[in-house]
Design a protein around this ligand. Structure first.
Ligand SMILES: NC(=O)c1ccc[n+]([C@@H]2O[C@H](COP(=O)([O-])OP(=O)(O)OC[C@H]3O[C@@H](n4cnc5c(N)ncnc54)[C@H](OP(=O)(O)O)[C@@H]3O)[C@@H](O)[C@H]2O)c1
Length: 252
């Protein structure tokens, strides 16, 4: 029986991943800050045939992350896969005179990922097996006006995985970066909600297959690869001209 630990399991992609693993009769560690909602997700997991454990966790708190990772390893008697999924959006508040908003995104989306994953690595190294997963984003390939914090946080975690991969591979630990485009969850706000979006359940089913295969980096859905290709060949001056002309204010 596979033992999977997920952050941000109360909503969106994390919740859908939890339910999809429950259908596969896995043992699942569900964590996030909103414990009442997690308890509902836990009931649903049980109904689907999984064995859930619930942990209240703020990924910005590194001590809490260490305690919860050890507790999960004891509760589950091991760990096979850790999915650092918790993340927040939000614009940089570029004219606010304060770094509060952008720093909150950076803390959750970068330090939250390292806080989540690091405590599991010694255990995985010892057992010579495991998968570490981060939910990066297509935004890690394209500069986003007013969302520099978000875009850079998603590049950072992908780059951390690219840097760790050859080292951790020696211990049979896989590092999988998943880069979704728009998925229909509460993180997508404002006019972006009018864009085509994939359902979180469909996305989760695909992600589970990719995780099982141990793919290094996965862009979902595939057509975002075309957008990434175009974004990389368009001259920077042209990109900046379009952004300057079209986007004057934050989009959400
Ligand atoms: N949806 C998209 O279009 C899309 C695209 C690319 C990448 N992503 C990434 O996918 C991941 C999941 O997002 P989502 O779309 O599923 O959004 P979501 O529905 O808003 O879920 C975000 C999850 O993160 C948790 N979370 C936020 N801050 C946290 C903290 N400090 N400590 C612990 N948990 C925290 C939330 O739980 P609590 O509030 O209960 O703590 C919630 O469960 C994020 O990393 C996001 O950047 C999403």
């Amino acid at each position: 029986m596979k033992k999977i630990f997920i952050t941000g399991a109360s909503s969106g992609i994390g919740k859908s991943l939890a339910l999809a693993y429950a259908k596969k009769k896995c043992l699942i560690g569900l964590s996030s800050r909103r414990i009442e909602i997690l308890n509902d997700v836990s009931k649903e997991c049980k109904r689907l045939g999984g064995i859930p454990f619930v942990y209240e966790l703020d990924v910005q708190n590194s001590e809490q992350c260490e305690i919860v990772s050890n507790t999960f390893i004891k509760d589950a008697d091991g760990v096979d896969c850790v999915i650092a999924n918790a993340g927040i959006g939000g614009d940089d508040q570029i004219y606010s005179g304060s770094s509060k908003s952008i720093n909150n995104v950076l803390k959750t989306n970068i330090l939250g990922v390292t806080n989540t994953l690091m405590p599991f690595i010694p255990y995985m190294r010892e057992q010579r097996n495991g998968s570490l997963v981060c939910i990066s984003s297509v935004a890690s390939y394209v500069p986003l006006p007013f969302h520099g914090g978000y875009a850079s946080s998603k590049i950072a975690i992908r780059m951390i995985f690219d840097s760790w991969r050859p080292t951790l591979e020696r211990h049979n630990i896989r590092t999988i970066s998943i880069c979704p485009g728009f998925v229909d969850t509460p993180i997508v706000k404002g006019p972006a909600r009018k864009l085509p979006m994939r359902s979180p359940d469909k996305a989760a089913e695909k992600f589970i297959k990719v995780i099982a295969k141990g793919k290094n980096t996965y862009v979902y859905p595939w057509h975002y690869k075309i957008l990434i290709f175009i974004a990389n060949i368009v001259p920077k001056w042209l990109y900046n001209y379009v952004i300057r002309t079209v986007f004057h204010k934050p989009i959400n």
